[in-house]
Design a protein around this ligand. Structure first.
Ligand code: BES
Ligand code: MN
Ligand code: ZN
Length: 481
């Protein structure tokens, strides 16, 4: 899907040929002298169109435009949230197999956040997963023109948003694939394909190399599965070698049945999404390939399955992590922190400017924040604030959670340096406290995306989050240095 921004108002738009035209009408709409403006003014006057966000009026081949279908949609005061919702419903109204070229036009000067909202909402509303369908009904939309009179003012935001969309779509693709079509080996291949882009390299480690590194915690999770684990090292080199990289660490559990501490059957299929953190790292690298910022980024993915078998790790087993710390595995379903802790220790070798791990880590985070905001844990104010701000700008929000030492109390055990389980209360924080033990050598933040990475129910599917937040944060790094 190709996005283009054009400096054009309602007059220009009316002569542009397209399958569908969406006109975003704000509450303070001031009609110009053109025919389309007059038409909009008439519909408003007649009360057939309301400028309240999300209200639509559909027209077919009106003489005032060269579009087959026209949707007038209210956007209220033009806030990003409203624009997003309005564009989602307008696209739903014109979505069909004949929709190839779409034109979205601002009927008043566009705000930067609204332009971003248009781009991401058109992508989300037109996305279609097809990989494992025998008769794929994929996206037919191939060209999206966004028209605004103040195009030059909003060009940078537009470019950022389209760069994020290509990455988020790769994330959706890999997160949505079922576990038998997204094994650790296949994830590693996807990462290797990213290395075809300039400035990106990829190394993949298998069981032997990982054993040599002493990643006992990661290996313990993988040992119950027939699928060999993969440790993926992606590098984006956009700046001088001397510049410290930001390291992203993704949880890549391609299926999490809980292990011996097995999960209940209901909705267990959704645990194919337990590699969404890893998929978001792949997505960020795809965005970096598109946006080419002058920064260095390392992406680490610990990928394996968490299954049950005669060789699976057992509750009570004690393993030695790469850091040397011993861990008592009290619950084999708390596996994310086990694969992440070894990846975090591995990150030390890059002398990173910052390390951010991304993981569908705890059901407790879903209870705490629902599907709206990801959980953000950061020991350092500066990093926490920067990530929070990036989330707001990218419309991919997160919310700061605490890291008081008291929350680590439940992780104490008589049989190892630390247990992989705290109490049920404050479970998302206990998990973060476990990870924090492995992050002493760098500035660290943790994003728990258990609630935000995918949607359940009829609209079940990956969201592509938090690619927007992460890319925004990284692009800020390129500008501030
Ligand atoms: N992948 C799950 C977390 C999860 C659960 C994400 C539901 C999204 C929806 C993780 O590996 C897990 O099982 N966590 C346990 C931890 C517990 C055993 C301490 C959980 O949250 O129940
Ligand atoms: Mn689990
Ligand atoms: Zn898991």
């Amino acid at each position: 899907m190709n996005f283009e921004l054009k400096a054009m108002g309602l007059t220009g738009v009316s002569t542009e040929k397209c399958d569908a035209l969406i006109v975003l009408v704000p509450q303070d709409f001031k009609p110009g002298k053109d025919d389309l403006s007059t038409l909009i003014a008439q519909t408003l006057k007649a009360g057939d169109l309301e400028t309240k966000a999300g209200k639509t009026l559909c027209l077919y081949r009106p003489v005032q435009a060269h579009a087959t279908r026209v949707v007038l949609v209210g956007i209220g005061a033009g806030a990003a949230r409203d624009v997003r919702g309005s564009v989602m419903s307008a696209v739903a109204a014109v979505k069909s197999s004949t929709l190839k070229k779409l034109l979205v036009c601002f009927a008043a000067p566009a705000r930067e956040d609204a332009v971003r909202a248009v781009v991401t909402a058109v992508a989300d509303a037109s996305y279609a997963y097809t990989t494992t369908k025998s008769k794929p009904e994929g996206r037919t939309l191939s060209k999206v023109l966004v028209a605004a009179t103040n195009a030059t003012e909003v060009q940078a935001s537009f470019n950022r948003a389209t760069g994020i969309v290509v990455g988020a779509e790769l994330t959706k693709e890999w997160a949505n694939r079922p576990a038998n079509h997204a094994t650790p080996t296949l994830l590693a291949q996807a990462a290797q394909e990213l290395a075809q882009h300039p400035k990106i390299t990829c190394d993949v480690l298998g069981p032997k190399e990982v054993a040599k590194l002493g990643m006992g915690a990661f290996m313990a999770v993988a040992q119950g599965s027939d699928q060999p684990l993969r440790f993926i090292v992606l590098k984006y080199n956009g700046a001088a070698k001397t510049k410290a990289p930001t390291v992203l660490v993704g949880k890549g559990i391609t299926f999490d049945c809980g292990g011996i501490s097995i999960k209940p059957a209901a909705e267990m299929d959704e645990m194919k999404y337990d590699m969404s953190g890893a998929a978001s790292v792949l997505g960020v690298f795809r965005s970096l390939a598109a946006l080419k910022p002058a920064i260095n980024v390392v992406g680490l993915i610990a990928a394996c399955e968490n299954l049950v078998s005669g060789s699976a790790v057992k509750p009570g087993d004690v393993v030695t992590s790469m850091s040397g710390q011993t861990i008592e595995i009290l619950n084999t379903d708390a596996e994310g922190r086990l694969v992440l802790c070894d990846a975090l220790t591995y990150a030390e070798r890059f002398k990173p400017a910052a390390v951010v791990d991304i993981a569908t880590l705890t059901g407790a985070c879903v209870i705490a924040l629902g599907g709206v905001r990801s959980g953000l844990f950061a020991a350092k104010e500066e990093l926490g604030n920067a990530l929070f701000k990036a989330g707001e700008t990218a419309q991919d929000g997160c919310w700061r959670m605490p890291l008081d030492e008291e929350y680590a109390e439940g992780l104490k055990t008589n049989f190892a340096d630390v247990a992989n389980l705290g109490g049920r209360a404050g479970g998302a924080i206990a998990a973060a406290k476990f990870l924090q033990r492995f992050t002493e050598k760098f500035a660290w933040a943790h994003l728990d995306i258990a609630g935000t990475a995918w949607k359940s129910g009829a609209a079940k599917g990956a969201t592509g989050r938090p690619v927007g937040l992460l890319v925004e944060y990284l692009m800020d790094q390129a500008q501030t240095k």
